[in-house]
Design a protein around this ligand. Structure first.
Ligand code: DAH
Length: 367
C-alpha cells in the first residue's frame, strides 16, 4: 500500500460529479423502466441500488470530502438514490400486479368442466367369487393354496395319473411352452396344486385353490382359452365319499342359501376313483314341480352342472408321497366362469374377459 496522497483533492472524486451522478441515476432509471419481470427487476436493483452499485460505491466516497462538498455531494447522491428507489418501488408494484393478473389466467381452473367424468370402478365378479369361496372354506379351517400358471408337465399330468397317452395331453387341449424340452405347460386345470400341496405338506391337508387355467379352446360365447376353476383337496385318515358330499352340500348352501344340495353322477377322472360329475340343485326353480318345466336356467332339468369330484386315486397319493394305507381323501374341481354366467344370466362368456367397466359396474364394490 502506498502512503496517503497529499495532492488528492476529494472534490475531484469523479463519481461524485453532478454529471456523473445524473448519468448513473439515468442509467438506473432506464434499466428499471426496461425490467420486464420481477426477477429482472431484482437484478437491476442489485446492480443499480445495491451497496456495490456505482452509486453505492460513490456514496462511500462522500465521507472523504471537505464539509461543503460533502453536503453537496451527499444531497446529489441522496436524491439520485431516492429517485432510483422510488422508481424501483413503482416498477415493482406494476410488475407484481402484472404477475398476479397473469397467474389468475394461467392457473385458472375451469369449474365448468365435468368433475365426475372418471367412473367409479367395481370389483370383478370373478375376483369376488374366488374370495367368497375361499372365505367359506377358510371358515371350516381349510387353507388357501396357490400354484403357478406356467406348470411342470409332470405336475399337470403325470402326478395326477394322466399317463403319457391320455388324450388331454395332445396338442389340441394344451398350451405347451416352447421349446418342448422345457416340459412346461400353461396349466390346464388347478389340479396340479393338489400334487404340489401333497409333496410339500404332511396330512392332514385341507386346501382350496382358486385360479386361472388355460386350454386351446376357441373364444366364443360359451368357450374361452382362459378360464377359472376352484379346486378342493382333503387328505386325512378315514375320509370317504360321504365327507365329500357333506362338504359340497355345505358349500352350495353357503353360496346359494338354505335348502341347496348337490347330486353326483358316475363319471371318470384319472385322479379320482370313484369319480363323479357333480350337479347343483337349480338355484332358480329348486326343481320344484310347478316351476322346473319352465325354468330357463336349468332348461327344465332341475339341476345345473357344477364340476367334477371323487375320492383321490391311490396312485395319485403314491406319486405325491402320501401313504394310501394310512390316508385317503377327496377332491373336487368347479368351473367359476360358468357359475357366474349361469347365476347372473350372462349370455356371452366373453363379457367376463373384455374388461369393459360397464360390465363390472352393476356388481358394485362388494368387499
Ligand atoms: N381337473 C378337472 C378338470 O379340469 C376337474 C376335476 C375333476 C377336479 C375331479 C378334481 C376332481 O379335483 O376330483 O376338468
Amino acid at each position: 500500500m502506498s502512503a496517503p496522497n497529499k495532492d488528492y483533492d476529494p472534490v475531484e472524486v469523479t463519481p461524485l460529479h453532478a454529471d456523473e451522478v445524473e448519468r448513473m441515476r439515468d442509467e438506473a432509471l432506464a434499466a428499471i423502466a426496461s425490467a420486464d419481470s420481477l426477477e429482472r427487476l431484482k437484478l437491476v436493483s442489485h446492480d443499480h441500488a445495491g451497496d456495490r452499485s456505482a452509486l453505492g460505491l460513490a456514496n462511500r466516497e462522500i465521507g472523504a470530502l471537505p464539509p461543503q462538498a460533502r453536503k453537496d455531494a451527499g444531497m446529489r447522491v441522496g436524491q439520485a438514490r431516492g429517485a432510483i428507489n422510488k422508481a424501483l418501488a413503482a416498477r415493482s408494484e406494476i410488475l407484481e400486479a402484472e404477475y398476479e393478473a397473469n397467474a389468475l389466467v394461467d392457473e385458472a381452473v375451469d369449474i365448468t368442466l365435468p368433475w365426475d367424468a372418471t367412473p367409479i370402478g367395481a370389483r370383478h365378479p370373478l375376483t369376488t367369487i374366488q374370495e367368497t369361496v375361499a372365505d367359506i372354506f377358510v371358515a371350516m379351517g381349510w387353507e388357501v393354496a396357490e400354484g403357478p400358471e406356467v406348470e411342470a408337465e409332470w405336475l399337470n399330468f403325470d402326478a395326477l395319473n394322466l399317463g403319457p397317452d391320455h388324450p388331454a395331453r395332445t396338442m389340441q387341449d394344451t398350451f405347451w411352452v416352447t421349446p418342448e424340452k422345457t416340459a412346461l405347460v400353461l396349466r390346464t386345470h388347478t389340479s396340479p396344486v393338489q400334487a404340489r400341496t401333497m409333496l410339500t405338506q404332511e396330512p392332514p391337508i385341507y386346501v382350496i385353490v382358486p385360479g386361472r387355467v388355460f386350454r386351446t379352446d376357441e373364444l366364443d360365447s360359451t368357450h374361452s382359452p382362459v378360464f377359472h376353476q376352484v379346486e378342493g383337496l382333503a387328505i386325512d385318515e378315514g375320509l370317504t365319499m360321504a365327507h365329500l358330499k357333506g362338504t359340497l352340500d355345505h358349500f352350495a348352501q353357503a353360496i346359494y342359501g338354505p335348502g341347496m344340495t348337490t347330486r353326483f353322477r358316475p363319471s371318470y377322472f384319472p385322479f379320482t376313483e370313484p369319480s363323479a360329475e357333480m350337479d347343483l340343485l337349480c338355484y332358480v326353480c329348486h326343481n320344484e314341480p310347478g316351476a322346473v318345466a319352465e325354468c330357463r336356467t336349468c332348461r327344465g332339468e332341475g339341476w345345473v352342472e357344477w364340476g367334477g369330484c371323487g375320492v383321490v386315486n391311490p396312485r395319485v397319493l403314491i406319486s405325491c408321497g402320501v401313504d394310501p394305507g394310512r390316508y385317503s381323501g377327496f377332491a373336487f374341481g368347479i368351473g367359476l366362469d360358468r357359475t357366474i354366467t349361469g347365476r347372473y344370466d350372462i349370455a356371452d362368456l366373453r363379457d367376463l374377459f373384455d374388461g369393459d367397466v360397464r360390465f363390472t359396474q352393476p356388481f358394485g364394490v362388494e368387499l
